[in-house]
Design a binder for this molecule. Structure first.
Ligand code: C2E
Ligand code: MG
Ligand code: MG
Length: 692
């Protein structure tokens, strides 16, 4: 039976596309049209296309890029591609042949010539297919199915595995037994329960369709292969399954490319990386490097322009990477053909092999950064999107591909931290830092139970009287080796690891207990308050309010004596939710202070909607106060605003008499700083309280 040939016409200009399509349909072909590379790839993937007419010049993915992607999966015999180029682009024709085009035509299209070329390509393809089919039929007859066969005798619980079944996993016929374990023990642990369940459902008869299951299996050579298992049950007269039999085929090649960009995926990349690592072990001259890339603003594009735009961006980034990395691969410096892979999400990786010296990877990184500077065109919208890059090479010793990849990833994060749109190299110094950080993290985990944390208290002073009227609790870590570690050295780490939650709870409880004790020792001292810092991560705990309320109850401290210090960042993410939490805290009687005021957004509009009762002027403003060119404007503005909102103001970082006097002149009531007192141990505070 001959079927109508299906042609795919790819052209970005609607007029060309329609005219060509109509003519071809009139000549008896079925035509599928695509207006860009993405659609073209989808069409090939979803329908059985016999031939592609591919426009060379298209926005986004060019024709040659599409062709390269197609050739990654289909040989010229399987899918003929005719490139269509403008007459004056003869150099492009050469490029197209290089990328695997079967033939070319010029624009404007000369229809009789085009039809002749199409006909000849299809005829050649059919001849090839017929030959292949007869060869296949012959070889099938000789050696049975290429797929492996399995036949499970459910009564005896033995399985016959055909020789090709064993060959798929690298074994000779006599080498495997007939127990089900031969099969299951080689299935990836994550896929095993699923496979067993699928088989059981068929034996039970609870699944209506034949079995189809994809799973990873371990090949004799240690590699992982993707297998497609098919099967059906045979039943006895009573309806009970007695046998189950089916096939198994290797579908690894289908699993190793990312369907969106057509690039190799993480699986293939890891395999190639492992191979490079192997090579480098036997050849000390062999230098390779991995670039790990992550888009800087992908989430923003996705959230604001939608997923389709996000996909488009990824495809275009992939195209640029290909162009800039493969395009330059001919130079001897950069060695063999680089592997460019999509690792998932907005992450890409590049394997540069045989680059002679690790420094060459930086040059490629610079080129990548440069080529990302031009805006992307997402459906007519101009979008800028930079990326950050981490480099790791076998200049350092690595035991596994995963370790090297992890370090490239770490370097990428460093590049982000340094301001994005740049690259960072994972070197000896960075490794030392990572190790030190890990050590610190481990130490910090034990710090609470080892009672290494202590709280120091810094007095808050009334500027007009110099009287102490409260304290700020500031945590310190007495490290058994490094001595007293300041919060700047471990609070950010505690934030990242979540350790801030238990630490913060401990500090709050400790500070409340301390305050309670002082109230008892100095009953005649005017009301004192205790301030405790809360970081963003602490603020986001769903049961924060309950925790604070429980601590007040357990320590017996009235809510009015506790102040929580928060920075503006707590309200940035979800303003309404933050206001809700703040109001519930306020309902406990607890005071709320905005810390480090002036350093963030400090937006008046929202400040008046938040239930704060005080704000602390950041010490950078206090520091700029005194001297000839002292800048007091900001503080004056803050004072005026706080006055209107009825907020108490505390100036941080008061270091000398002049600052204290100026602040008081401007109407600031309270101050905190080294001029009055440093953060001190409780015993030192007690001396201050006793003397006043
Ligand atoms: P912060 O809340 O703004 O605390 C004020 C910081 O300024 C303290 O640093 C204090 O020692 C310092 N300071 C006070 N007076 C002066 C002065 O006159 N001059 C100068 N140069 N500095 C002064 P510290 O103790 O190192 O704390 C740093 C930050 O760590 C705090 O900033 C706070 O954000 C955080 N932190 C401290 N303890 C805790 C805690 O228990 N929980 C949480 N979540 N964060 C804490
Ligand atoms: Mg504070
Ligand atoms: Mg502060």
């Amino acid at each position: 039976m001959t079927r109508t040939n299906r042609l795919l016409v790819v052209d970005d200009e609607a007029l060309n596309r329609d005219m060509l399509s109509r003519r071809l349909e009139r000549s008896g072909y079925r035509v599928v049209a695509a207006e860009n590379g993405q659609q073209a790839l989808e069409a090939v993937r979803s329908g059985d296309i016999d031939l592609v007419l591919l426009d060379h010049m298209m926005p986004g993915m060019s024709g040659v890029e599409v062709l390269r992607l197609l050739r990654a999966t289909y040989s010229p015999d399987q899918l003929p591609v005719i490139m269509v180029t403008a007459l004056n682009e003869s150099t492009r024709t050469v490029e197209a042949f290089g990328a695997g085009a079967n033939d070319y035509g010029t624009k404007p299209v000369d229809y009789p010539v085009a039809l002749a070329r199409i006909h000849s390509q299809l005829a050649r393809k059919q001849a090839g297919t017929a030959l292949r089919e007869s060869q296949e039929r012959y070889s099938l007859a000789v050696q049975g199915l290429n797929d492996g066969l399995w036949d499970w005798d459910l009564l005896k619980n033995t399985i016959y595995y055909s020789p090709p079944w064993k060959a798929l996993l690298g074994y000779q016929d006599g080498e495997l037994g007939d127990s089900p374990e031969e099969w299951f023990s080689r299935v990836h642990a994550e896929d095993r329960p699923g496979l067993r369940e699928a088989l059981r459902a068929h034996v039970d008869g609870s699944s209506p369709r034949p079995l189809e299951f994809e799973c990873r299996m371990l090949h004799r050579n240690g590699s992982e292969r993707w297998m497609l298992v098919r099967g059906a049950a045979a039943r006895g007269p009573d309806g009970k399954a007695v046998r189950m039999a089916g096939s198994q085929s290797d579908i690894t090649h289908k699993k190793i490319f990312d369907p969106l960009t057509g690039l190799p995926n993480r699986l293939l990349f890891s395999e190639r990386l492992a191979r490079a690592l192997d090579l480098s072990r036997s050849d000390p001259e062999y230098v390779f490097a991995v670039l790990f890339l992550d888009l800087d603003r992908f989430k923003l594009v996705n959230d604001s322009l939608g997923h389709a735009a996000g996909d488009q961006l990824l495809v275009q980034v992939a195209g640029r990477l290909r162009q800039c990395i493969r395009g330059g691969a001919s130079s001897a410096v950069e060695g063999g053909m680089p592997v460019i892979a999509r690792m998932g999400g907005d992450e890409f990786a590049v394997l540069l092999e045989d680059i002679h010296e690790a420094g060459n990877a930086s040059r490629v990184a610079e080129r990548v950064l440069r080529i990302m500077r031009t805006p992307f065109d997402l459906d007519g919208k101009e979008v800028f999107c930079t990326l950050s890059l981490g480099i790791a090479s076998n200049a350092l010793q690595y035991a596994s591909a995963a370790d090297l990849l992890r370090d490239a990833d770490t370097a990428m994060y460093r590049a982000k931290a340094l301001g994005k749109a740049r690259y960072a190299v994972f070197d000896q110094a960075m490794r030392a830092e990572v190790v030190a950080r890990l050590d610190l993290e481990n130490d910090l985990r034990r710090a609470i139970e080892n009672q290494e944390l202590v709280v120091h208290y810094q007095p808050k002073v009334q500027l007009s009287t110099n009287r102490v009227c409260g304290f700020e609790a500031l945590v310190r870590w007495r490290h058994p080796v490094h001595g007293l570690v300041p919060p700047a050295k471990f609070i950010p780490l505690a934030e990242e690891t979540g350790l801030i939650i238990p630490i913060g709870l401990w500090v709050t409880r400790e500070a409340c207990l301390q305050m309670r004790r002082w109230q008892e020792i100095y009953p005649r001292h005017p009301a004192l308050e205790m301030s405790v810092n809360l970081s963003v991560r602490q603020f986001r705990q769903p049961d924060l309010v309950e925790q604070v309320s429980r601590i007040l109850e357990e320590t017996g401290l009235p809510g009015e004596c506790l102040q929580l210090e928060l920075t503006e960042s707590v309200v940035l993410d979800d303003f309404e939710a933050a206001v809700g939490v703040l109001n519930r805290l306020k309902a406990l009687g607890v005071g709320l202070k905005m810390d480090d005021f002036g350093t963030g957004y400090s937006c008046l509009g929202y400040l008046c909607r938040l239930p704060f009762n005080a704000l602390k002027i950041d010490r950078s403003f206090t520091a700029g106060l005194e001297g000839e060119n002292g800048n007091s404007e900001i503080i004056k503005t803050i004072m005026a605003m706080a006055g209107r909102l009825g907020l108490e103001v505390v100036a941080e970082g008061v270091e000398n008499r002049e600052q204290a006097a100026l602040l008081q002149e401007m109407g600031c009531q309270f101050g905190q700083g080294y001029y009055f007192a440093r953060p001190m141990e409780p015993s030192a505070i007690e001396k201050v309280l006793a003397s006043s």
